[in-house]
Design a protein around this ligand. Structure first.
Ligand code: FES
Ligand SMILES: [Fe+2]
Length: 311
């Protein structure tokens, strides 16, 4: 037995709008190559990239047919479960002609993938976001960035009370971390500034649903909903995806400059942390002081996602 290299759970593989009808994309996550495609019926599929025949990458030139993908090299066809259903020039299909497929769900305009050791099955769900169907809210504006860090740095942020003032210029009056099974919530009440630079109360409730997808309810210049999700590309790089929706009220359209300032401010809040993460060093045994948040508690929670992988 050895400890898994990555935390087991749901990850944001792509926003739905990143994958058009019958589109085929090569993606690299967890140090592995995959092909992500959308069937003719509109279902997303994520499978291991390399064809069991002679190893072509299905994401580079593969074509969708019905629910299947056809390899660009010798045209073997694989259904959405990863089984080879056709070898155009052969009388029989080799029994081992199969590629591994990952469990996906599509909800909230997101394609979610469950990652863990080979036979790991989902043991919790990502909640639906009612704001996304509510006409009082704007659509989710999204952005993404590749950053040079590891997931545990991103996770530790939830428990880090003392960084709010130096990094985010937010004075925190109340701070609490609540752990509930696969979910960890940070609640803060603090003072920040609105777009006009005036001091206002800022209330944030930020919940990780598993090791990599966080939804935040934020009362700032407007009621806002933030999505932060990371997925490892390999050992030292992450893809961070970010989304923000704003409650403007039914029929109210914010002037574009106000909307983009709100989105930029929310995104900048996150990228203030990124600037630290990209250059810092991980401390296994940090020197902590009273007034630090529950760093040890959040580390223990995160360790719970590292299932034992069989050798
Ligand atoms: S490598 Fe895919 S069909 Fe030959
Ligand atoms: Fe932060």
């Amino acid at each position: 037995m050895k400890t898994a290299a990555y935390a087991q759970g749901w990850y944001l593989v792509a926003f739905s709008k990143e994958l058009g009808p019958t589109e085929v994309k090569p993606v690299r996550y967890f140090g592995q190559e995959f092909v992500l495609y959308r069937t003719e019926a509109g279902e997303p599929v994520l499978m291991e990239a390399f064809c069991p025949h002679l190893g072509a990458h299905l994401g580079h030139g593969g074509k969708v047919e019905g629910d299947a993908i056809r390899c660009p090299f010798h045209a073997w066809k694989f259904d959405k479960g990863g089984r080879c259903t056709e070898v155009p020039y052969a009388k029989r299909i080799p029994p081992r002609a199969e590629v591994k497929v990952r469990t996906l769900r599509e909800q909230n305009g997101m394609i979610l993938g469950f990652f863990g050791p080979a036979d790991a099955q989902p043991d919790y769900e990502i909640p639906l976001l009612p704001q996304l169907d509510d006409p009082a809210w704007t659509a989710l504006e999204t952005d993404q960035a590749v950053i040079k860090t590891e997931p545990r740095e991103v996770i530790e942020n939830i428990a880090d009370r003392a960084h709010f003032l130096p990094v985010h210029a937010t004075k925190i009056d109340e701070f609490e971390v609540i752990i509930d099974g696969p979910r960890a919530t940070q609640r803060t009440l603090g003072k920040g500034r609105n777009l006009r630079g005036e001091k206002i109360d800022v209330v944030s409730v930020a919940t990780y649903h598993g090791p990599a997808i966080q939804f935040t309810d934020l009362a700032w210049a407007y009621p806002m909903m933030l999505v932060n999700a990371h997925i490892p590309i390999d050992k030292d790089r992450l893809l961070l995806r970010f989304g923000v929706a704003v409650k403007t009220g039914v029929g109210v359209v914010l002037p574009p400059e106000v909307m983009s300032a709100v989105v930029a401010a929310a995104r900048d809040g996150y990228f203030q942390d990124v600037a630290i993460w990209e250059n810092k060093k991980w401390r296994d045994t940090p020197v902590l002081a009273d007034g630090d948040g529950p760093i040890g508690r959040i580390r223990d929670w995160y360790k719970g996602f590292f299932a034992e992988a069989s050798a």
